[in-house]
Design a protein around this ligand. Structure first.
Ligand SMILES: *Cc1c(COP(=O)(O)O)cnc(C)c1O
Length: 963
């Protein structure tokens, strides 16, 4: 396909890579370079080039790869799982599955940094937040976190930060899910937080606490009245977090009504497949007084240039780009697509529908409990919602487990004497009968319950009375009560989708984000039952397919990065950073060098880097960059020398966030090593390296990979992602393990769990597996080469209009480039935002704005964009430069012009008087393609400051929209 590159590229490679061989030739001509390999030789430093070919299986066609993956998938066995522990099977409404989960209009969007072209998913996220606020009874909620366990850890950190009593002890109820306790312990250690795991019922508060966390209902199913505990904790000045199952809150008094300061949990059972652990959206709700300390993104209501209601991310100044080592958390990519789905599940069912689901589950649980009692078992988790702890008495556990196996049922095992049963939305009366048979040890149902008895059982529910029964209403907003016919819902989903600019419309050249093709073949297996319907704690015997998938993917990623070991647990790049740094800390500790706590980070680094380092208890020491944007080697040497005894690590992004392959990367690594430090490489820019060079070869000790950047997992509008790490041999023993699941990483030296599920968001790993399987070694290498070509082509085409800020040795860039627009402020009073918003009128999403350098944009085209699309984007940028030139020359008004007033909505153009000095046509149809197909923005430019001054993060009453 690529002719002059490799001969063995698969048929799929030609579909994944945008430009064909003629295009490539033309693009090279513009650069004055004869062939692609010559371009790569001039771009990537010779000293670090990988001279061999990656040892990966032969590339497969789309059809063959799907068939091969199916063979792996069927090795997973789908049992009915009644394990619970924070994961419940549920029904994904088909209209949501097809129109959101399987729809590129939703899943290929990016985090809504350009809110005017993201109103659809912002509205969907506002629905999610409103749902969480309603269900928890708290005042504000964020737009998702990665999973329940990390949300609990974020709650602990926030409590530590806002609590004024100076205590450093955190109480963790022993009734929390074990994986939550595991993650809390991992996260507490580097911060010097002392964790007490205990029984909230007899905790004596002898030690001052800054906070506490309780599970509601408890992990074994029991519902406790936490009021007395919370009062005592508050008297100490501690903050209390309640980890709550949101479905139970439709029947139970919500945490906000019994004094909780923070509520966290997972919304998985709101229509999201189990997926062997993820992805699912966790939620985080708290009181408004803590709005500036909340981790993660919050969607807030503001207004646009016309005074119309418009949504955008609120309180952005909390985030890492600005706050760096003082950020509230390192969370960047979260779980937007899953939060959108969970919110839509509430829209689909409405308040009455959700309550009916909860009630039905509760009633079936009551019946199960009654049946088991009549069989002579006792239930030690009363009152309960959906989970029973069954005491086996004299019955041997083994007998129960064999009977369960025979019926393909998974139970939770507490110990030799007790098992757990959690019912869910999919549970039928037949399932309940089956459970009864299982415990009876017979295929005959020992007895039946008559209608009278059933009524009596339901009447006895402990949830009907004080203090548990919920009295307040929820999901009363019209959005949850208007779309209950499928026709209505389909149109609502489509309306929101069409307000958003995703990859289905045009390229999204966000630098550092790698918005490449997310091929349909890669996506299809995600919703296969063999991957989707598996509980994360299902026994290994049922997950053989997943084990093969992990093993192969780990091998492939190790080969691509040149590392000895891979951990698939971190479920975002930020979590990979945290994990990798923690692994480094444990390594130092194992050598009695725990005093090493200085982390050098170049000033050009992504904000998550310093934020992650701080979470590991490290002191961040910034390293300067030189005039060419490279790490200032002299400054690095000086800082490494100065902190030699304390040096723990350097975090370095490669190629740098300035879009350049630094020649001296090996020397940088050597300097750090010579002072006893380890090198952490931020692998977000791996798309410029795959097949050409390997971090493990040129000196890095650890590196994370954003599978949602380089390896084709779609961004989902801000998640899901996956951030596995690769490590050198000496760090392998420290990789994350898991308390619940047996995995080869469970090493005595392991740092413990850093995510709720052992393999993170396991179900989306199929996407990266498919990508590598279909590309093969040559295809992947070709992709990297073309990514570099595309970036250089754009840089060359645009540099006469906008200077390219940094270049490498031969005046070439890596896979992205920074365009400097700072002079336009002076010459035409044009801000970077004016250009970003004007691009919307041309039908484009802006590149990354003002990062890593204020007043610039960073363009990353990726290999998937065709020459035609690159030209179209360049034409838009060039046309905008001409529009700016007219301001500079005085021909056009400096205030009232197409840039300052951008973006232009249809409403704005059509209604009322038109009294701008330019035409409507110039405003809306500035380029030929806009006449053929116009992407209309749904709101005008959004006033960010207004929304932060008037903070609202839940759905407004309908009247607000009709003004
Ligand atoms: C995207 C990115 C990150 C953060 O990764 P997430 O997956 O969003 O957590 C870190 N560093 C760089 C350079 C990035 O581009």
């Amino acid at each position: 396909m690529l002719g002059q590159t490799s001969q063995k590229s698969s048929e799929f490679t030609g579909r994944h890579i945008g430009p064909n061989s003629d295009d490539i030739q033309q693009m090279l001509e513009l650069l004055g370079i004869s062939n692609l390999d010559a371009l790569i030789d001039k771009t990537v430093p010779q000293a670090i080039r990988f001279k061999e070919s990656l040892q990966l299986p032969e590339a497969l066609s789309e059809y063959a790869a799907l068939a091969k993956l199916k063979q792996i998938a069927v090795k997973n066995e789908v049992y009915r799982s009644f394990i619970g522990m924070g994961y419940s099977d549920c029904i994904t409404p088909p209209v949501i599955q097809r129109n959101i989960l399987e729809n590129p209009g939703w899943y290929t969007a990016y985090t809504p940094y350009q809110p005017e072209i993201a109103q659809g998913r912002l509205e969907a996220l506002l629905n999610f937040q409103t749902m969480i606020i309603d269900l928890t009874g708290l005042e504000i909620a964020n737009a998702s976190l990665l999973d329940e366990a990390t949300a609990a850890a974020e709650a602990m950190s926030m409590s530590y930060g806002v609590c004024k009593n100076k205590a450093n002890t955190y109480f963790v109820s022993q009734d929390c899910h074990p994986q939550t306790i595991d993650v809390l312990q991992t996260r507490a250690k580097p911060l010097g937080i002392n964790i007490i795991v205990g029984d909230h019922q007899n905790f004596d508060f002898a030690q001052p606490l800054f906070g506490a966390i309780l599970q509601y209902p408890a992990s074994d199913g029991t519902i406790y009245d936490y009021r007395a505990f919370i009062e005592k904790a508050h008297a100490e000045g501690a903050l209390v977090t309640v980890a709550a199952d949101p479905l139970s809150l439709t029947l139970l008094t919500p945490p906000g009504e019994f004094g909780a300061d923070i509520a966290v949990g997972s919304t998985q059972r709101f229509g999201i497949p189990l997926g062997f652990g993820g992805p699912h959206a966790a939620y985080f709700a708290t009181k408004e007084e803590y709005k500036r300390q909340v981790p993660g993104r919050i969607v807030g209501v503001s207004k646009d240039s016309q005074g119309k209601v418009a949504l955008r991310l609120a309180l952005q100044t909390r985030e890492q780009h600005i706050r760096r080592d003082k950020a509230t958390s390192n969370i960047c990519t979260a779980q937007v697509l899953l939060a959108v789905m969970a919110g839509m599940y509430a829209v689909y069912h409405g308040s009455a529908g959700i309550k009916a689901i909860a009630q039905r589950i509760h009633h079936l649980t009551l019946i199960t409990s009654e049946w088991l009692k009549r069989l002579g078992y006792s239930i030690s988790s009363e009152p309960f919602f959906d989970t029973l702890r069954v005491e086996l008495g004299t019955k041997p556990l083994q007998e129960i487990l064999e009977a369960a196996e025979a019926r393909k049922i998974n139970l939770r095992i507490f110990d030799e004497t007790a098992v757990g049963i959690s019912l869910d939305e999919t549970t039928t009366v037949d399932d309940v009968k089956d459970i009864c048979r299982l415990f009876a040890g017979t295929d005959e149902l020992p007895f039946l319950l008559n209608v009278q008895e059933l009524k009596w059982i339901i009447q006895k529910s402990g949830l009907k009375d004080e203090p548990f029964n919920r009295k307040t209403s929820y999901l009363t907003h019209p959005v949850f009560n208007s779309y209950h016919s499928e026709t209505e819902l389909l149109r609502y989903l489509h309306k929101l989708e069409s307000k958003d600019l995703s990859l289905t419309t045009s390229m999204i050249p966000l630098g550092s984000c790698t918005m490449k093709l997310n091929a349909t073949s890669e996506m299809i297996p995600v919703t296969w039952a063999e991957f989707g319907n598996i509980h994360p704690f299902a026994p290994k015997s049922q997950t053989q397919g997943y084990q093969i998938l992990f093993q192969q993917l780990e091998e492939w990623l190790a080969e691509i990065t040149g590392f000895a070991g891979i951990s698939l647990q971190p479920n975002a790049g930020s979590q990979g950073e945290y994990t990798g740094l923690l692994v480094i800390c444990e390594y130092h500790e194992s050598r009695n060098e725990q005093h090493r706590n200085v982390c050098l980070i170049p000033t050009s680094a992504h904000g998550t880097n310093p934020a992650s380092a701080v979470m590991c208890g490290m002191n961040v020491v910034p390293v300067a960059c030189d005039l060419d944007g490279n790490v200032d080697l002299n400054d690095l040497k000086a800082k490494a020398e100065k902190h030699s005894n304390q040096l723990a690590a350097l975090m370095v992004t490669y190629p740098s966030t300035h879009g350049v392959f630094e020649e001296q990367i090996q020397e940088i690594c050597a300097v750090v090593h010579s002072h006893g430090g380890q090198v952490y490489m931020d692998g977000a820019n791996m798309n410029a390296q795959v097949g050409l060079c390997r971090p493990g070869d040129f000196g890095a000790d650890v590196c994370h990979l954003n599978l949602h950047k380089t390896f084709c997992i779609p961004h989902g509008g801000g998640g899901p992602g996956m951030g596995p790490i690769g490590v050198a041999q000496h760090l392998v023993p420290f990789l994350p393990g898991h308390v619940v699941v047996e995995m080869h990483e469970n090493n005595p030296k392991s740092i413990g769990a850093i995510a709720a599920a052992p393999w993170g968001s396991a179900s989306i790993l199929v996407i990266s597996w498919m990508y590598i399987a279909m590309m093969g070694a040559d295809g992947l290498t070709d992709a990297t080469k073309v990514a570099i070509l595309n970036a250089n082509y754009m840089a060359k085409k645009l540099e006469q209009y906008y200077p390219v800020l940094y270049k490498g040795k031969n005046a070439l860039v890596a896979h992205e480039c920074i365009l400097d627009l700072r002079s336009l402020k002076k010459s035409a009073n044009i801000d970077i935002d004016d250009v970003a918003k004007r691009l919307m009128d041309y039908g484009f999403h802006a590149p990354t704005v003002s990062w890593p350098v204020a007043g610039t944009i960073m363009v990353e085209p990726t290999e998937s964009e065709s020459k035609q699309e690159l030209d179209r984007f360049c034409d838009a940028m060039i046309a905008i430069r001409q529009e700016i030139a007219e301001i500079e020359s005085g021909k056009v008004d400096a205030q009232d012009n197409v840039l300052k007033n951008a973006p232009h909505t249809a409403e704005n153009l059509i209604t009322g008087e038109w009294n701008h000095p330019y035409s409507r046509e110039q405003a809306a149809y500035p380029a030929p393609w806009t006449r053929e197909h116009k992407f209309w923005v749904s709101v005008g430019r959004i006033d960010n400051a207004y929304g932060d001054r008037n903070f609202v993060c839940s759905c407004l009453p309908m009247e607000a929209y009709s003004q």
